[in-house]
Design a protein around this ligand. Structure first.
Ligand SMILES: C[S@@+](CC[C@H](N)C(=O)[O-])C[C@H]1O[C@@H](n2cnc3c(N)ncnc32)[C@H](O)[C@@H]1O
Length: 287
């Protein structure tokens, strides 16, 4: 891939998905594009990139999907789930005792390990049995990941990463060498393909948002835009849980870290309109 092709691809990716490419990754990029090249019948990566100029939507989506890093595991960054279990959930159970409705969003769910980990904790609290309504939405830009998440089928290697044996035995059924998540957990999660650069308008008001290990792939402007729009859909007393490399402090206006709970943020007072008008709100990244 020549420099011009690389620059063009990097630009498409940044504008369409927020993902940043650095030239150091040329070899990795090429190897990730090979399956797309074969699927769409191109003879080489150069021809694929030429076609990309025409903006053929299925091809753009396939290229974006090929470039995403979908690594995840159950209860990844265990501390986050302890904070959810020990701080966030007990507080919300008091604050929402009247409505008995919890609304949670996993904003980049990969193959579903994160929302299913959340669902397992919710099940521990027996919220459904106690008459609570749970809205648990899980989204990702990668439609193949969403299909996998909906299937809820994981390899032996995937369930060995982070899943305690009692949860494996209690929540999964063995199918050959794989493990399928229980129907009760699967029914708790609504999966949908969704790009974090697009409008959050379809989302309900949310009590908890997990946005972990995704914004680190974006540039500063895009992170700012996502945090800003998260603020629009997160309830004033809602909780935001981010990954260790997501860098909220110093980056965003409108959130405060929770003391002693790394990665857990709460909204501060609403951002005054005049500060937003000063250019601190971005709906989409300029082309
Ligand atoms: C490393 S995984 C993180 C999964 C999970 N949140 C975790 O912490 O284990 C990053 C995910 O972000 C998704 N992603 C990348 N860009 C995105 C975008 N613009 N909108 C939505 N999801 C995106 C990728 O497809 C990938 O599945």
């Amino acid at each position: 891939m020549n420099q011009q092709d690389f620059a063009y691809l990097a630009d498409v990716l940044r504008r369409r998905s927020g993902l940043m490419l650095t030239e150091k990754k040329t070899h990795l990029v090429e190897s990730r594009l090979v399956p797309v090249m074969r699927r769409f019948g191109f003879r080489d990566v150069g021809s694929l990139l030429k076609e990309l100029h025409y903006g053929h939507e299925a091809l753009v989506q396939a290229v974006i999907e090929a470039m995403t890093t979908n690594d995840s595991s159950f209860f990844r960054d265990r501390k986050t789930f302890e904070e959810f279990r020990d701080i966030v959930l007990p507080t919300l159970m008091v604050d929402r005792a009247e409505s008995k409705h919890l609304r949670i969003w996993c904003a980049a769910c990969a193959a579903g390990q994160e929302p299913y980990s959340v669902a397992m904790i919710l099940e521990d609290f027996k919220l459904l049995a106690k008459g609570w309504t749970i809205t648990l939405i899980a989204t990702d830009i990668n439609s193949q990941m969403i299909t996998r998440a909906q299937e809820g089928l994981y390899s032996q290697f995937e369930v060995q990463r982070g899943l305690p044996i009692r949860r494996l035995v209690g929540n999964f059924m063995q199918e050959g060498t794989n493990w399928r998540i229980s129907d009760s957990l699967r029914r708790m999660v609504t999966f949908r393909t969704f790009n974090l650069l697009d409008s959050f308008g379809w989302l309900p008001d949310l009590d908890v948002i997990f946005c972990r290990n995704v914004l680190m792939y974006f540039d500063h402007k895009t992170r700012l835009s996502v945090f800003d729009r998260i603020g629009d859909v997160l309830a004033q007393d809602g909780a935001l849980l981010v990954g260790p490399a997501e860098l909220v402090s110093g980056l965003t206006i409108g959130y405060a870290p929770s003391e002693g709970a790394p990665g857990l943020y709460y909204k501060t007072e609403p951002v005054p309109l005049h500060r937003r008008a000063a250019g601190q709100r971005l709906d989409r990244i300029p082309a």
